[in-house]
Design a protein around this ligand. Structure first.
Ligand code: SF4
Ligand code: SF4
Length: 371
């Protein structure tokens, strides 16, 4: 039975981390441990997009005190200088000299199942570490509805391979299956989820933070995510990632079948992403195209950094006279652009908001394809 530890709000952070590590990782001495935070992009710690430096620092200190050999690293979702992003997020300082550019040393691996003809690079530390400690933060996600422990392991894939994988699995349903496939390469031994603040709305970078003050530890990432979804007010089986992970017997998602220490807190009136309808509709082919959400660039907020265009593997973001535009015919609604935008300048309308516009584009596209 998977073990879950939920610390009470207000518990001093270092005491929470010591308790979780003492229960789940009693003998780390001499082990090479990969600590995997969420380092999505160049976001300041106060934005709550990446793992809190305080949580990371407490984990690193506790492991070093127990004489473990620690490597901290992640591959951000945006191309560019990893060390610079680690500095901005506070992850570099919090790593206490253990931070490494894990994107610089990659190994090839062949995926399985329906992607058995796909070979990708993953950071070698994923295969080489004696133990992995997964350090996600709990947030909504415009495409997968939630991002936590399972999705955090996608960061083991370096650089632009991530956006390439989006093109292989463009729908929310297929992307969830692909994420679980990647997670299954080697699931982490321990998960320590940062739920000090939980992001609602259009996560993983454009939502609003809800204070919670909780850390969730567990020996199975799938079960930790199941608890995370309950906190968001969502039944675990409603989250495509969790449904798929459960189907593949990678972890229990029924909280009644977990060994839970502590109370599962609930965030009342929690807001899921505006794209939730599109995500649900992606399971049903005829509806998927109608409900697909196409992002919109808010010109007044855009600082013309070009990060979205460099991230979009479908080449759907075009620069014209120093302004950026989205080509609706190329967009596959992966929302990677919104995810990396440092100014929340990419709006994801709800499926209802722009229904007329979407139907218009759908018919226009069909007409163009046929003519
Ligand atoms: S939309 Fe965002 S990521 Fe794209 S150029 Fe503007 S500020 Fe940069
Ligand atoms: S424009 Fe944005 S949502 Fe559309 S394909 Fe590019 S990155 Fe994905």
């Amino acid at each position: 039975m998977s073990k879950i530890i939920i610390t009470a709000p207000g518990t001093p952070l270092r005491r929470s981390i010591d308790h979780i590590l003492g229960s789940l990782c009693p003998q780390p001495a001499g082990k090479r441990i990969w600590v995997k935070p969420n380092m999505l992009g160049p976001f300041e710690p106060a934005q709550g997009v990446t793992t809190s430096p305080e949580v990371l620092e407490a984990v690193v200190d506790a492991l070093l005190n127990r004489r473990a050999s620690v490597v901290v690293g992640d591959n951000p979702g945006v191309p560019g200088n990893q060390e610079g992003i680690a500095a901005i997020t506070g992850i570099l300082n919090a790593s206490k000299g253990c931070w490494r550019n894990i994107g610089a040393d990659a190994s090839k691996i062949r995926l399985a199942g329906r992607w058995s003809d796909v070979t990708i690079n993953i950071s070698s530390i994923w295969l080489q570490a004696d133990m992995i400690i997964n350090l996600p933060c709990l947030k909504t996600h415009a495409l997968t509805l939630m991002t936590g422990a399972i999705k955090n392991m996608f960061g083991g894939v370096p650089g632009r391979t991530k956006s390439y994988l989006h093109t292989l699995a463009p729908s929310a349903k297929s992307f969830a299956e692909l994420l679980v496939e990647i997670y299954s390469i080697r699931p982490p031994e321990i998960t320590i989820m940062d739920a000090l603040n939980v992001m609602e709305g259009n996560g993983p970078s454009g939502g609003r933070l809800r204070p919670l003050g909780v850390i969730i530890g567990g020996d199975n990432s799938v079960s930790v995510d199941a608890v995370g979804s309950m906190i968001m007010g969502c039944r675990p089986e409603k989250i495509p990632l969790l449904r798929e992970a459960y189907r593949r017997e990678l972890g229990e998602i029924d909280p009644g079948k977990l060994d839970v220490e502590g109370e599962i807190p609930l965030l009342p009136r929690f807001k899921m992403p505006s794209t939730t309808m599109a995500s649900i509709a992606s399971r049903f082919n005829p509806l998927a195209a109608i409900y697909a959400v196409v992002p919109q660039i808010i010109k007044d907020k855009c600082i013309r950094c070009g990060l979205c265009a460099r991230t979009c593997r479908s080449r759907a973001i075009i620069e014209k006279e120093a302004l950026y535009f989205i080509d609706y015919n190329r967009c596959i609604s992966c929302y990677c652009c919104a995810e990396v935008c440092p100014r929340q300048a990419i709006r994801l309308p709800s499926a209802r908001d722009d229904l007329f516009q979407r139907i218009f584009h759908l018919f226009a596209k069909r007409f163009r394809d046929e003519s």
